[in-house]
Design a protein around this ligand. Structure first.
Ligand code: CP
Length: 324
């Protein structure tokens, strides 16, 4: 059984295949009827133990566009609140014959445990685990960068070699940052992390990226800058940075955005805290791709589901099947 647990598990060719397949899937979104028969008769369960807006909705949209049967499970309102374990929850799903499990969990390593435990026979897709990994987020971010910085058609088959990407903010608690550093490195991009020293993880020296504490000197070299939310829910209240001091040094406002090269894009995985890491002026500007990233997430998740559950055929096969 194949799984998607970590962006670090993807080779350059795996990642480019997913990005190219997502371009094929994006054509479906441009049609009046946004549906393919590829996963008809397959069952996918969305197993969310942590809150989500974008990931959850876009996985569901992707599954429905591929005609899968979809089961949505939320820990809130389930027997997890009565103390049921991940193992018993997984075995309940196995008894129902699911083909894939999309899991978000607060514990780093929960998707890996599910994939390797033998509790279930389904493909496991990590939709975000603790501070560890969020591989489909990194893929949709890379897809957005490739489209904007290389081109939609020109990008096919290509990686992000030579592009400069800066991630700014709470790297310490960010699975998005870890996944992006891994995938961007695999795709040939140069990555810089900018954060207050207290929000840089111990051991960052072994990551394939540079670290800086000075946002202003980094911006003129960026092709893309990605702002990260300060994850207060994962912090002891005593360590909260003050909003004013944080945004003065690490927030992106209109004056700072003007320091970026003209072609550079501003990214945010969401949810955004306007006024903290990004001002409303920047979030609502044409250079900010936050909404585009959400739309691209559906294509990426369709591609991942197709490749894990449907696909030993060429990427265009599902489109051709529908056209017959
Ligand atoms: N980017 C992201 O994972 O957003 P959600 O937490 O809303 O899914």
């Amino acid at each position: 059984q194949r799984h998607l647990i970590s962006a670090a598990d993807l080779s350059r060719d795996d990642a480019v295949l997913i990005l190219d397949t997502a371009e094929e899937m994006a054509r479906v979104a441009d049609r009046p009827i946004k549906k393919l028969p590829t996963l008809r008769g397959r069952t996918v369960v969305n197993l969310f133990f942590e809150d989500s807006t974008r990931t959850r909705i876009s996985f569901e949209a992707a599954e429905k566009r591929l005609s899968a049967d979809v089961i949505n499970f939320s820990a809130k309102g389930s027997s997890v609140s009565k103390g049921e374990s991940l193992k018993d929850t997984a075995q309940t799903l196995e008894a129902m014959g699911v083909d894939a499990v999309v899991i978000r969990h607060g514990a780093s390593g929960a998707p890996y445990r599910l994939a390797t435990s033998g509790w279930i026979d389904a493909a496991v897709i990590n939709a975000g685990d603790g501070t560890h990994q969020h591989p489909t987020q990194a893929l949709l971010d890379a897809f957005t960068m490739r489209r904007r910085l290389v081109g939609r058609d020109a990008g096919l088959g290509r990686d992000l070699a030579g592009k400069h990407v800066t991630l700014v903010g709470d790297v310490l608690h960010s699975r998005v940052a870890r996944s992006n550093v891994d995938l961007l490195h695999t795709l040939g991009a140069e990555v810089t992390l900018v954060a207050p020293p207290t929000l840089i993880p111990v051991g960052v020296e072994s990551w394939p990226c540079e670290v800086s504490y000075d946002l202003d000197s980094t911006l003129p070299k960026c092709d893309a800058v990605m702002m990260l939310r300060v994850q207060r829910e994962r912090m002891n209240a005593a360590f909260f940075p003050t909003e004013r001091e944080y945004s003065r040094r690490y927030g992106l406002d209109g004056d700072r955005m003007a320091k970026l090269p003209e072609h550079a894009i501003v990214m945010h995985p969401g949810p955004m805290v306007r006024g903290m890491e990004i001002t409303a002026e920047v979030a609502d500007s044409d250079r900010c791709t936050a909404v585009e990233q959400v739309a691209n997430g559906v294509s990426i998740r369709m591609a991942v589901l197709y490749l894990l559950l449907g696909g030993n055929e060429p990427a265009a096969a599902p489109l051709r099947a529908e056209e017959k």
